[in-house]
Write a protein that binds this ligand. Sequence first.
Ligand code: CP
Ligand code: NVA
Length: 312
Amino acid sequence: KYQLKSKDFLQLADFSTGEIHYLLEVAQQLKAEQKQGIPHPYLTGKVLGMIFEKSSTRTRVSFEVGMLQLGGHAIFLSSKDIQLGRGESIADTAKVLSRYIDGIMIRAYSHESVEELAAHATVPVINGLTDLQHPAQVLADLLTILEHKGKLAGLKLCYIGDGNNNVAHSLIEGAVKVGMDINIASPPGYLPNGIITEKAIAAGKLSGATVTITNDPIRAIKNADVVVTDVWTSMGQEEEAAKRLKVFTPYQVNEELCQQANADFIFLHCLPAHRGEEVTTGIIDGPHSVVFDEAENRLHAQKAILKLLLAE
Ligand code: CP
Ligand code: NVA
């Protein structure tokens, strides 16, 4: 239907509404095949290299297991152990790895360095999180919302917390592509990236979705179908943790705030979570939370990415 072979997966803004729905459809097919025990070896003999500059539980395990279930293999490459960590250039790393493997997944600090890797690699590059974007996470989030709500277009999603982070940026891009309204509530100084926001507002004009940025969590969560938050201190920001704890305290997702959401709202968090900071135990471990379905869906959504980008 859509030709995604050899494309990179760097940010959701690079994909059309139809392509995102196609990825979700393939993810649902692969999930059904896996649940029914039907083998689906679309990537027999293919190898994914996985470069990690930062820690990971879900991303590392779900990509590695996903490659195995698709009949392929994954190689974990800590940036500390490969020559990249000793100063070998991104360009040379990309060119050399492209001679051995069929795709590269990378989790890095700088989004620009992932773009540079993709520019020099002759195999697809998949973004496994940068400081700016976490698109594989949001594809899994869309799958989870679709499963629980039966649709995406016309829903209202609200994200409360650090608007200037990877998850928030990818959510903004993903929501507008599928016609879901998105409200972001963040403290002054922590609003989403202006360029990403402007482009999303323009994309939303085509799909009928709105992007609302506010400092007011109550305004943002009113009538929300989906409530999302993320950690207040992302990887690499550890020295700001004390300051952030103070700034973000009024933005905690708790029982009182969630009274303002729709009665059947679902709660998402990419995990890892800090219970008692960005979210209370009552919410993340309560009846509205779907965080473990969301974590599982990383596997299925990424298998769709891998199949469509790497398979013949
Ligand atoms: N949500 C997520 O990307 O988790 P990891 O950091 O464990 O990969
Ligand atoms: N915003 C978080 C997401 C972790 C999966 C971080 O970058 O640390």
